[in-house]
Design a protein around this ligand. Sequence first.
Ligand code: OSB
Ligand code: MG
Length: 374
Amino acid sequence: MSSVIDRVEMFHVRMALRAPFETSFGVEADREAIVIRLLADGLEGWGECVAGAFPGYSYETVGTAWHALEMFFVPAILGQEADSVEAYRSRIEHHKGHPLARAGLEMALWDMRGKIAGQSLRSLFGGTATRVAVGVSIGIQADAAALVRTASGFLDQGYRRIKIKIKPGRDLDEARAVRRAFPHLPLQVDANSAYDLADSDRLKALDELELLLIEQPLAEDDLIDHARLQAELRTPVCLDESILSGRHARQALEIGACRIINIKPARVGGLTEAKAIHDLCLARGVPVWCGGMLETGIGRAANLALASLPGFTLPGDISASDRYYAQDIAEPTFTLNDDSTIDVPEGPGLGVQVLMHELEPVTLRRAVFGPAKG
Ligand code: OSB
Ligand code: MG
């Protein structure tokens, strides 16, 4: 007999980051998110919606995601089969937008499916790696010297790939300082769409630094100018914010807007679409890597399962739990292996347990939804 989802809970959480994270769009000292719990016949499925406190990375915020989940996405699964990711996706197929909201709920359904089947997400996805190469993403620091000190600290911890956040005026000096200090370090930069095509000379100057890639230099809704920029740069352009679907990925590659894609399941509306983008890129020989959204242990587990697929050939922004939080809300927490990898969870579903006694104190608002009456 198949189980039916009889209850959905949402927790708006706010967790202190170990250090403020500054990007071209703003600074975050805390991370807000929505933790989602599904219940079906005594089984639980957990998901994380990574929408934040303000519309800096995406137009979605905790408030808009809460609304979309409560009004549209949660009703699409209440009373429905507990493990049917496909039915959920087809039921909301004609709703537009809100990828972060829909992805959080899809993650919980995948966790539930894994628990019902007694299989890890890695095995459900067909992932091959049991450990995934990872790096660390460093926010904008006080100055170039502070950045080199921070990078050096992470290298001491064992991270072997560094990404630095850049913005106009906080780019060349910073990237050059890190390159000078660590001549052979796999190094990449992320602009979070802070430039436009008029800045191409500034971006071209980065070519001398032998970066792995330049992530999302231009506007998120602009594949055309990215193609123009890529034609002028030796360094590969990697798109993050611009790729919201498999179609965007295909079109970006077809017009030469990038040579690498950062895959974040949240940004593309869920793990199913993320895997489809991976499959497309693998077939075309385009390298991909798994991006991060400062996830808790819940979303981190999902990212690791995804990144176990064979096309994830570049290190992911999936750092150890203690890089983000003094206390995570799920266990086991993730630690860095000596070879700058993190183990992919092997337990059923996401393979992590949520700690209610850690979740409750960081919850600002909680809501419970049951099946519609009548
Ligand atoms: O652009 O990749 C990004 C964090 C929040 C929002 C956007 C981004 C990031 C990161 C951090 O770079 C990645 C991580 O370690 O989770
Ligand atoms: Mg990015």
